[in-house]
Design a protein around this ligand. Structure first.
Ligand SMILES: *[C@@H]1O[C@H](CO)[C@@H](O)[C@H](O)[C@H]1NC(C)=O
Ligand SMILES: *[C@@H]1O[C@H](CO)[C@@H](O)[C@H](O)[C@H]1NC(C)=O
Ligand SMILES: *[C@@H]1O[C@H](CO)[C@@H](O)[C@H](O)[C@H]1NC(C)=O
Ligand SMILES: *[C@@H]1O[C@H](CO)[C@@H](O)[C@H](O)[C@H]1NC(C)=O
Ligand SMILES: *[C@@H]1O[C@H](CO)[C@@H](O)[C@H](O)[C@H]1NC(C)=O
Length: 397
């Protein structure tokens, strides 16, 4: 009986509130003097992309069978639509999964390394026309974001994360760029190593943003260096978040990714909001609270991302604390307390490995951490220290 009048009251209240919103918004909106970027600090909408690259075929992480022809242009076109839609829905910051452009490859397929040549043909160099198309979408959307892409540079491939956003001249461009410092597992047969000193949180008008790729949340060096820099939002770009993964081979990666990223965020300085974009499933978290999450496998979609609205005025102070889990004092403790009988030597696994596109399209790149059994399609090429052609092992011999 009470429901009807209550419903009427509520409807009236909502109407009053709705008309009041523009005025409230007006007083809350901020504008960045350098770029003209406008945002509401008390209602800042962010999105974690989950729609996979165009044509993406879900596969286990180290799958050796599933290949499809990667399509950079189609994925750029799809992302332009995603960015435009997000902008129309008020999103101001969007995060894409790991190497979304052109997608996460399969490894050691039956065709042999020639498949990698198709992949290379679908990668971007900095400043390519496709990159400019993507930046135009960001400029039109007046939005910040993190872009995961396979970068072709200096005749090698890198797993790159670019923090992009509005520039003073009205365009959008790169604010910071980080190449995954040590690609994981079979990724090392395609991608060269980046540098740890590109792990740098960036101060943006609405807060401080940090970013890492996938297993960088697990490697001690990268998680420490990133976690030592206080951030308000951390983008954890991972690849396949599908729940279709084969449990025998690789227990539902999304569950694993979430555990890795959450463990990182819980000890990272600044207690950042965690954005976890993957292909299929994505989530946004604050500590142990899930702000939004979709764990369903998405192939194409009605809901290309998950969003949440943040009150950035509640963001924590991002100055360094000497009491942080990841602090200079903690490094001191580690150095002083390692067992004295531990070998004090840098093994090859920690050396930077760089190899050329020519090499990766001819052979199985065999770096520390991998083993290679040569086949007729996949001769082994050991590339550490760099480019030792004499280590080439032809399958026929
Ligand atoms: C945002 O947080 C501030 C500080 O706690 C609070 O005063 C304000 O009401 C919040 N804004 C909204 C829209 O909830
Ligand atoms: C992809 O797009 C670029 C420019 O954005 C264009 O030059 C190229 O021809 C396109 N490739 C295909 C296969 O359509
Ligand atoms: C490519 O080489 C240039 C010049 O050495 C260097 O500045 C740049 O960082 C390199 N790019 C990558 C992705 O390593
Ligand atoms: C999972 O992978 C294992 C090992 O490759 C395979 O034997 C099994 O058939 C796969 N299961 C499914 C459901 O695909
Ligand atoms: C999660 O994100 C979707 C897509 O933007 C949105 O429709 C939904 O309202 C969000 N849910 C929550 C709880 O914010």
């Amino acid at each position: 009986m009470l429901l009807a009048p209550f419903g009427t009251l509520l409807a009236a209240a909502v109407t009053v509130y709705a008309t009041a919103v523009p005025a409230m918004r007006g007083t809350r909106m901020k504008q960045d003097v350098d770029t003209g970027f406008e945002w509401d600090p008390e209602a800042f909408k962010i999105a974690a992309v989950r729609e996979p690259p165009v044509g993406f075929v879900y596969h286990d992480l180290w799958d050796t069978t599933t290949w499809y022809n990667y399509d950079l242009n189609a994925t750029i076109a799809q992302s332009v639509k995603i960015i435009g839609r997000a902008a129309a829905e008020g999103v101001k910051f969007i995060a894409f999964p790991e190497i979304y452009f052109p997608g996460y490859p399969a490894f050691r397929t039956a065709n042999g390394p020639e498949d990698f040549a198709q992949y290379v043909s679908q990668t971007m160099e900095p400043g390519d026309a496709q990159w400019q198309t993507l930046m135009k979408a960001f400029a039109d959307a007046k939005m910040y974001g993190v872009v995961g892409w396979a970068q072709r540079a200096n005749n090698s491939l890198f797993m790159t994360q670019s923090l992009v956003g509005p520039m003073a001249d009205g365009s959008a461009g790169t604010i910071w760029k980080h190449e995954k410092f040590r690609p994981s597992g079979e990724e090392r047969t395609l991608f060269s190593d980046g540098l740890l000193n590109t792990i740098r949180a960036q101060k943006l008008p609405f807060g401080v943003v940090s970013m890492l790729n996938c297993w960088e949340h697990v490697y001690p060096e990268s998680r420490f260096i990133s976690g030592a820099q206080p951030a308000n939002i951390h983008v954890a770009s991972f690849p396949i978040g599908s729940s279709v993964a084969n449990a025998t081979v690789n227990v539902n990666p999304y569950t694993g990714w979430h555990a890795d990223a959450k463990a990182y965020a819980e000890t990272a300085a600044g207690s950042p909001i965690l954005m976890l974009p993957t292909y299929g499933a994505s989530g946004i978290f604050s500590g142990s609270t899930t702000l939004n999450e979709s764990t369903n496998t998405l192939t194409t979609g009605s809901q290309p991302y998950v969003t949440t609205v943040l009150n950035t005025t509640t963001f924590s102070d991002t100055s360094y604390s000497v009491n942080a889990y990841n602090s200079w004092g903690a490094v001191e403790n580690i150095m002083q307390n390692l067992p004295s009988d531990m070998p004090q030597r840098k093994g090859p696994f920690l050396q930077r490995v760089i190899f050329t596109i020519d090499q990766l399209t001819k052979a199985y790149i065999w770096t520390p951490g991998l083993t290679c059994t040569p086949t007729s399609k996949w001769p082994c090429l050991k590339v550490w220290p760099q480019h030792q052609e004499s280590d080439f092992t032809a399958s026929s011999t």
